[in-house]
Ligand binder design. Structure first.
Ligand code: HTL
Ligand code: MG
Length: 618
């Protein structure tokens, strides 16, 4: 049926009875597209009926449909003119993996981080009313995204504001891992309401039978109190002043249409709680939604995917943390909803009492670390660079002022590639090094990572150990090399031009210098503190210095070197290579590094400009 459905208007011409077939066709296409190049499969499969119903009832783009995180919106892209482009998703020059305002007039917000939809919807509702307009605002938010402080705080204001909007709570009991938190438990109590259980067992009949009178009641209740349907004795949504309806079957598209038609007309804010299955319609994804949250390419018939024996940086961290916690009973690891991504599955099993998933609440993760450190633990906050942006004030205010011993294992530092601008971790060196007391270390491999972790434990104070997305090599258990804090290491002799680089950028530097006599390379593995003794020595002899970093050039490692040289009164010329001051759209990591001018070839070009005799590549 999709052949003739390229816009929401086309969809509205479909008979209601045929909407389940549209949903099925969208699902087939999502599976096909994801099998070719990977994508957010399970979440997108689960949200198909919600999206069909919203586009059937609302008039996008005039009415605004907001998707939280934006990773579940593949059906939305297909229904808004982008079906043909779906195979380009997350590829260079192709569609974004999330919704993006500059990509389509139907994408109401640009997103990738969780929990922003409700505050955006609140702002839009105020804008609508302030400008005397009358469009409708609907937000789709997952149960995982609802664990974020931003979402909960927005709800607090939404309920008080009385602003008209529809919030579709897409509850699949999953974040990337199992969802956590008290709200999650509360939602389970709603799901075991008797009538819902019956509807589950007796097919969809009971939901239809029960929700029709419910919907009639709703349409009569337009102006009445918001607390009229309250299936649990205490409903936190209702308590916040948001009308609560549900839970209903989120895969019964006709039922959803029926309800939404009524609910979007109600004054004030309304939550429609829908229960969905993550991975719906694909047996292996339903059975293991964690594995199928964001797979790479796979065989759709069997679910077979290319296996990799590579050892990720995340696994290297998780293994090291698991060992450290065996040695020291004060070690405690906190994750904001990223157990799998941060390599902590094993840790969480081996040390369940010293492991905490706070949900998608990075601010809470950081400040809970502060509380633990104040009371004698040695917390490690395992966090992606991009999501640590959510905890910046907490690092400053709760951790750094008192110089507390909180270790930040900062994963996905640098360019991440396919997830694009929302997920790149290219600001952390700049925003962390500007905070007093905070050390910033860049391991070149798993050995250094372990050395830094061990040294950080001994030293105390806030430390960020930052490593990239991707793989490193395995090291034997018990590998704990000594590491002197704040020291760099010469990894290639040469005093004419010297490249200073740490972490991922060091690989590029070594590769660039491989056959160039006179070009030295330093493993600048601490961005803060800098190894001033070595810097002075290098700068005293070299004709020029090149700094390279997988981070914005603005205020990062190169800036630190320039500041230090200025303080030392040394005038050696410095070329600063880093990510330019622009948002980097999705493409492979290698491509983004190449076009940013930090890969080996770009470094060689700069060396040639500095007068180094660089052989011409053929
Ligand atoms: N922290 C923040 C602030 N934003 C994001 N996006 C993450 C972490 C990582 N993340 C996702 S998707 C996701 C997380 C934690 C789970 C969201 O669960 P929800 O949706 O219940 O809202 P579901 O997957 O359909 O169940 C991405 O980075 C894509
Ligand atoms: Mg969910």
């Amino acid at each position: 049926m999709l052949e003739n459905i390229n816009t929401p208007e086309d969809l509205k011409r479909v008979a209601r009875e045929d909407l389940p077939q549209v949903a099925q066709d969208l699902r087939d296409e999502i599976i096909r597209v994801c099998s070719l190049g990977g994508g957010h499969l399970a979440s997108s499969l689960g949200a198909v009926e919600i999206i069909v119903a919203l586009h059937y009832v609302l008039n996008s783009p005039r009415d605004r449909i907001l998707f939280d995180v934006g990773h579940q919106a593949y059906a939305h892209k297909m229904l808004t003119g982008r079906r043909d482009l779906m195979p380009t998703i997350k590829k260079e020059g192709g569609l974004s993996g999330f919704t993006k305002v500059s990509e389509s007039e139907h994408d109401a917000i640009t997103v990738g981080h969780a929990s922003t939809s409700l505050a955006n919807a609140l702002g839009m509702a105020y804008a609508r009313d302030a400008l005397g307009q009358d469009y409708r605002v609907a937000a789709v938010i997952g149960d995982g995204a609802l664990t974020g402080g931003m979402a909960l705080a927005a709800l607090n204001t939404i309920g008080d504001s009385g602003k008209k909007m529809l919030i579709v709570l897409n509850d699949n009991e999953m974040s990337i891992s199992e969802n956590v938190g008290a709200m999650n438990k509360f939602m389970r109590t709603l799901q075991v309401q008797k009538w819902f259980q019956e509807s589950e067992s007796a097919g969809k009949k009971t939901v239809g039978a029960l929700s029709k009178p419910l919907a009639d009641m709703l349409s009569r209740a337009k102006d009445s109190a918001r607390h009229f349907f309250d299936p649990a004795s205490v409903n936190p949504f209702a308590a916040m002043g948001v009308r609560y309806v549900g839970p209903v079957d989120g895969h019964d598209v006709r039922e959803l249409v029926y309800l939404m038609e009524k609910l979007v007309e109600l004054d004030g804010p309304t939550i429609l709680h829908v229960v969905t299955k993550k991975g719906k319609g694909l047996d292996y994804a339903e059975a293991d939604p964690i594995k199928w949250h964001g797979p790479g390419k796979f065989d759709p018939a069997t679910g077979d995917a290319p296996k990799s024996s590579a050892y990720s940086w995340s696994a290297a961290f998780g293994d090291a943390a698991t060992e450290l916690a065996k040695q020291d009973p004060r070690v405690f690891v906190i994750t904001p909803a990223m157990r799998e991504g941060s390599g902590l599955v094993k840790y969480s099993q081996v040390h369940p009492t010293r492991y905490l998933d706070v949900g998608i609440a990075e601010d809470v993760a950081v400040t809970a670390g502060a509380g633990m450190a104040l009371q004698g633990l040695k917390p490690i906050v395992a966090i992606y660079s991009t999501f640590l942006q959510r905890g910046y004030d907490q690092v400053v205010h709760d951790v750094a002022i008192e110089d507390l011993p909180v270790i930040f294992a900062v994963d996905r530092g640098g360019v991440v590639g396919a997830d694009g601008a929302t997920h790149n971790g290219v600001f952390d060196l700049s925003f962390l090094r500007s905070i007093p007391n905070v050390s910033v270390a860049l391991p070149r491999d798993a050995r250094e990572l372990r050395g830094m972790l061990k040294a950080a434990m001994k030293r105390g104070g806030p430390v960020a150990i930052r490593y990239p997305r991707g793989n490193t090599e395995r090291v034997p258990e018990g590998t704990w090399p000594d590491m002197e804090w704040g020291t760099w290491e010469r990894v290639r002799d040469g005093d004419d031009v010297v490249i200073l680089a740490g972490g991922k950028a060091l690989e590029y530097a070594e590769s660039a210098a491989r056959d160039l006599p006179g070009v030295g390379v330093v493993n600048a593995r601490f961005v803060k503190p800098l190894d001033l003794a070595m810097l002075r020595d290098v700068a005293g002899k070299a004709r020029a210095i090149v700094t390279v970093e997988d981070n914005t050039r603005v205020g990062g490692f190169g800036s630190a070197v320039l500041e230090a040289l200025a303080d030392l009164g040394v005038r050696t010329p410095v070329r600063v290579l880093g990510i330019p001051d622009e948002f980097q759209e999705h493409a492979s990591v290698e491509r983004v590094h190449a076009r940013s001018g930090i890969d080996a070839q770009a470094i060689r070009t700069v060396l040639a400009e500095l007068g180094v005799d660089v052989p011409i590549e053929v």
